[in-house]
Design a binder for this molecule. Structure first.
Ligand code: CO
Ligand code: CO
Length: 314
C-alpha cells in the first residue's frame, strides 16, 4: 500500500509503530490507534477491561496521553442478549475512567462472535515521541508484565483450566500501562513498544528493524507465567503463536541451551502485554525504581548492541 506524503505525519506505517502520530502544532501532535478482538476470558466485564487496557496501551507505548475513545464492537444480539454486551461495555468504561479517558461514542455491528475494543485518540509533544526507532547500542531492555497470556487464553478456551486459575494473568492484562509509560518518559527511554499479538520476539524484532540494532535477550530473565509453561508441557498452545514462532526464527538466533518451550513462549501472542522499553544505562536505575513503586514488573531482560535481528541466550 502506498500512502501520499504528508509532512504532518510524524509516525505512519514505516516503523511498524504502535500508533500513528499526526502533528497539529510544533508543540502538539495527535496519537491515534484502534484495536479490538474476540474474548480472551469468559467474564464479560473482565473482557471489557482487558480490551480497553489493550487499546489504550498503544498510546502509552508511544509516550502519549490518551484523551478520548470510541467503542468498537461486534455482537450476536439474538444469541447472547443485551446484558452481556452491557457488561463488556461497562468493563471498558471502568478502565477508561481509570485512565481519565472520555468515551465519546462507538459503533456495534451484528456478528456471530463477540468482538470488542476501542479507537483511541491521545496527544504527545512531537519532541517526546517514544517510537520503535530510537533504540541505541548500550541500552538496557526492560519488560513490565509477564508473558504467556496467549497460551493461558487458549487453555481456558479448551477447558483445560478455569478462570480462577488465571486470576493473576487477568489482573495483569486489565492493568493500564499508564504508570509504566510515565516511568519510561521520566527515565529518558529511547524506544518502546507494547508486547501484544506478535509476541515478545515479534515486537522486539520491530524495534531491532526500526532502530537498526540487534537485541540480545536472556531467556532466564524473561518473566513467564508458570501455568503457561505447564500448559505447554500438555501440548496446549495457540496456532497463532506457533505461526509467530516460525516467522520469528527467520531473524532470531537461539543459543543451544534455550528450550523449545521458551522458543514458543517468547513468540506467544499476548493480549494487553507490558511495555518493552529500551533505556540508556544512566536512566535504568530511575526506571526500575519507578516501576517498582507503581507495582509494575521491573524485569531487565537484555540489552541493545550493534547489528541486526535478535539473539536469545539461555
Ligand atoms: Co502495540
Ligand atoms: Co495495537
Amino acid at each position: 500500500m502506498t500512502v501520499p506524503f504528508d509532512p504532518n505525519v510524524l509516525i505512519g506505517f514505516a516503523t511498524s509503530d504502535d500508533a500513528g502520530v499526526y502533528k497539529l502544532r510544533d508543540d502538539l501532535a495527535l496519537v491515534q490507534t484502534v484495536d479490538f478482538f474476540t474474548p480472551v476470558v469468559d467474564d464479560p466485564f473482565d473482557f471489557g477491561r482487558i480490551a480497553a487496557a489493550n487499546a489504550l496501551s498503544d498510546v502509552y507505548a508511544m509516550g502519549g496521553t490518551p484523551l478520548t475513545a470510541l467503542n468498537v464492537a461486534a455482537y450476536p444480539m439474538e444469541k447472547l442478549g443485551p446484558d452481556v454486551l452491557g457488561r463488556i461495555l461497562a468493563g471498558g468504561a471502568a478502565t477508561a475512567a481509570e485512565a481519565g479517558v472520555a468515551i465519546l461514542g462507538g459503533h456495534t455491528v451484528e456478528d456471530d462472535e463477540p468482538k470488542y475494543g476501542m479507537a483511541v485518540t491521545g496527544t504527545v509533544h512531537p519532541d517526546r515521541i517514544v517510537s520503535n526507532a530510537g533504540a541505541r547500542p548500550g541500552d538496557a531492555l526492560v519488560l513490565t508484565k509477564p508473558i504467556g497470556t496467549g497460551i493461558l487464553a487458549s487453555a481456558l478456551k479448551k477447558g483445560a483450566i478455569d478462570e480462577a486459575q488465571i486470576a493473576e494473568a487477568v489482573r495483569w492484562m486489565a492493568r493500564l500501562n499508564a504508570a509504566a509509560s510515565a516511568a519510561m518518559l521520566a527515565a529518558g527511554a529511547h524506544a518502546a513498544t507494547d508486547v501484544t499479538g506478535f509476541g515478545l520476539l515479534g515486537h522486539a524484532g520491530e524495534i531491532a528493524r526500526a532502530s537498526d540494532v540487534r537485541l540480545r535477550l536472556s531467556a532466564k530473565l524473561v518473566p513467564v507465567y508458570e501455568l503457561a509453561r505447564e500448559m505447554l508441557t500438555r501440548g496446549i498452545a495457540p496456532g497463532g503463536s506457533r505461526a509467530n514462532a516460525a516467522e520469528h526464527a527467520t531473524f532470531t538466533e537461539f543459543a543451544s541451551g534455550v528450550s523449545d518451550a521458551d522458543r514458543l513462549i517468547f513468540s506467544d501472542a499476548q493480549t494487553s502485554g507490558g511495555l518493552l522499553i529500551a533505556v540508556p544505562p544512566d536512566g535504568l536505575p530511575r526506571l526500575l525504581e519507578a516501576l517498582r513503586a507503581s507495582g509494575d514488573l521491573d524485569a531487565v531482560i537484555g540489552g541493545v548492541e550493534p547489528g541486526t535481528g535478535i539473539v536469545v541466550e539461555a
